[in-house]
Design a protein around this ligand. Sequence first.
Ligand code: PBG
Length: 334
Amino acid sequence: MTSNQTTPATELIYRPRRLRRTPTLRRMVQETHLTANDLIYPVFVMEGEGQKVEIASMPGCYRYTLDLLLKEIADAAALGVNAVALFPVISSGKKDDTGSESYNEEGLVQQTVKAIKKAIPDIVVITDVALDPFTTHGHDGVVDDNGVILNDPTVEILVKMALSQAAAGADMVAPSDMMDGRVGAIRKALDAAGYFDVGILAYSAKYASAYYGPFRDALDSAPKFGDKKTYQMDAANAREALKEVALDIAEGADIVMVKPALAYLDIICQVKAATNLPVAAYNVSGEYAMIKAAAQQGWIDEKKVILETLTSMKRAGADLILTYFAKEVALMLR
Ligand code: PBG
């Protein structure tokens, strides 16, 4: 190495730039590595055959009928994605006040899980446990006459839902509803029914976030009245996230999750320090939409921004990232 300066400008001993000088050196000291193993691909399934419909506020993301979804998942698996998180689009005729379609043994989710496990047995199938895709009012729970979301009656339905998903072959159930005590109730019921090996990915610190807008478009599940602030968390709170995480761990969660991810990197970091369980982060629909929109305008370099964003989540402490970019990223990382 030849020096480009004959006389040092300063008396510096430490020059951090030494380790950034070449790509090889930078690779040697890289602290965080994003790999396809980190990715969980959330997918939307709808009834019917031979159709895929792009979600307007999530360009590049589709609702698929089962036949086309199987192809999409097989493609993702071939790129090294290990797991999918399944969300159903329920036709309005099947929705009711209490979301009873959610535990129909022959429902869309249950049939889809069976078909995925048959066609692509190795892929880990994670099912969503929450009532909002199934209720006429779009809330994640049972609502009384005064518009109050009832906790314990909701948990009873969530338990039936989780059991029907386990019966269909789900590897993991993922309660995203934020009712109190649901992780414990689901664990107990799964064990009593012999589903010891079905895991629980708990949406432990799930915030009442405006970043969910595009997802609610995708499922047509926006709440018809009020908001979700009596069950989802206040964006201003961090210690409360640790309380929620501690409860879910005590109740038997296998993986804890922080959601959304990007505006909550501090929470991911704190949760990681508080537990030895794997920590997941959900790079939600609004985070996806922001990147897609800016990229479509030509204002940012999409690929670089995606990789930087997901790397920041890993750096914060996420072991797993649910992201609509999963397939794209797996391809980029090849
Ligand atoms: C609801 C649920 C939501 C998301 C996943 N499960 C939305 C909500 O709470 O209203 C959002 C995911 C996303 O925005 O990507 N149980």
